[in-house]
Design a protein around this ligand. Structure first.
Ligand code: KG4
Ligand code: ZN
Length: 337
């Protein structure tokens, strides 16, 4: 079975090929030009996807040593994401599948992340606890199989990645903020400032907007002229990052006590963060659980996870019509609570 996967939900165009359960290509083209605007400009993103998707498909097929006619399934991200960006990849996939008389499988981007641990040699064992930390979502999920996911917590305001991006902006570090904060944090003292971790009584929900505001207040109070010395920037970055780690671990611990799982899988763009990765490896040791964190290439947006999810949906018997519409937001109904 040969699967072509296409990802275009935000600022990465990616095309991947899985052939007989083996990943043969995973090409990622990042739209770096958004950094000068301090965030992703949707219209520019759609145009860039449109320009790059065809050559990227050709390159991925070449790398996989496959002819387009040898593809059995074309899968693409259908949402959540920027609507114009989603339309590019999804419509391209539909057109390709339609003209070649192949199977078209739309994929939920978050489900792509959730199962991205299966791209690794060491795979999660069901049931597992998935912690999805991306630019748009922060979710704690009980993953029972390839078709059953139960939501046990989510953010009530900002996503973890969004908090990284907003704090980086306050510190004048640019976009995307995660890697920049991580770099500065390695030179700072994480115990320097005690930023708060939200205390939510209900369920296993997260909140990052209070943390973001407290970083803002700290900056306003201590640097009224907005000039922050480099050494202080590093300490703020390290202390903020440590607060995110503590917030994530607090709810994950609670979930591990309340739900019987075999593995833990940390996924999504923020899972690229080395301090967060290290903290989860330690947590898994403490609870004696198998831990699967995808390598960095599979944490950020990539089509390998979309091709894999498309294949798993196909194997589970799912079939879709060509009138399947892209969805900008995450339909709550996908996950039973
Ligand atoms: O999963 P992803 O690539 O896109 C979405 O589906 O949202 O996640 C992007 C997010 C951004 O907010 C980015 O700042 C964050 O992941 N990120 C990181 C790191 N690398 C990317 N956050 C913290 N540390 C990193 N090293
Ligand atoms: Zn993503």
């Amino acid at each position: 079975m040969n699967v072509l996967g296409i990802e275009s939900s935000c600022d990465e165009t990616s095309v991947a090929v899985i052939s007989n359960d083996e990943l043969k290509a995973n090409l990622i083209s990042s739209q770096d030009f958004h950094s000068k605007y301090g965030g992703v400009v949707p219209e520019l993103s759609s145009r860039a996807h449109l320009q790059i998707v065809t050559p990227l498909v050709k390159d991925a097929l070449r790398e996989a040593h496959l002819n387009i006619n040898e593809i059995d399934i074309v899968s693409a991200t259908a949402g959540p994401g920027l609507i114009g960006a989603l339309i590019v990849g999804l419509t391209f996939a539909k057109g390709l599948a339609y003209s070649l008389k192949k199977t078209f499988i739309p994929v939920n981007h978050i489900e792509g992340h959730i199962y991205s641990g299966f791209l690794m040699e060491k795979k999660p064992d069901f049931p597992y606890l998935a912690i999805v930390v991306s630019g748009g979502h922060t979710l704690l999920l009980l993953v029972k199989s390839f078709t059953e996911i139960i939501k046990i917590g989510s953010t009530v305001d900002d996503a973890a990645g969004e908090a990284f991006d907003k704090v980086a902006k306050m510190l004048g570090m640019g976009y995307p903020g995660g890697p920049k904060i991580q770099k500065a944090a390695t030179l700072g003292d994480r115990n320097k400032i005690d930023f708060p971790v939200a205390e939510l009584k209900d369920h296993n929900n997260f909140s990052f907007s209070g943390l973001k505001t407290s970083v803002l207040r700290f900056i306003q109070r201590n640097y009224p002229d907005k000039k922050i010395p480099r050494i202080d920037l590093n300490d703020i970055a390290a202390s903020f990052q440590y607060a995110v780690v503590r917030a994530l671990l607090k709810n994950t611990r609670k979930a591990l006590k309340n739900f019987e799982v075999k593995s833990i899988s940390l996924v999504g763009g923020v899972a690229a963060n080395s301090e967060i990765r290290g903290a989860y490896i330690d947590l898994a040791k403490e609870f004696r659980k198998k831990i699967v964190i995808p390598r960095v290439e599979f944490c950020g947006d990539n089509a390998a996870m979309i091709a894999l999810r498309g294949l798993k949906l196909f194997e589970a018997g799912y079939r879709f019509e060509f009138d399947y519409a892209p969805f900008p937001a995450l339909p709550e109904s996908i996950y039973s609570e």
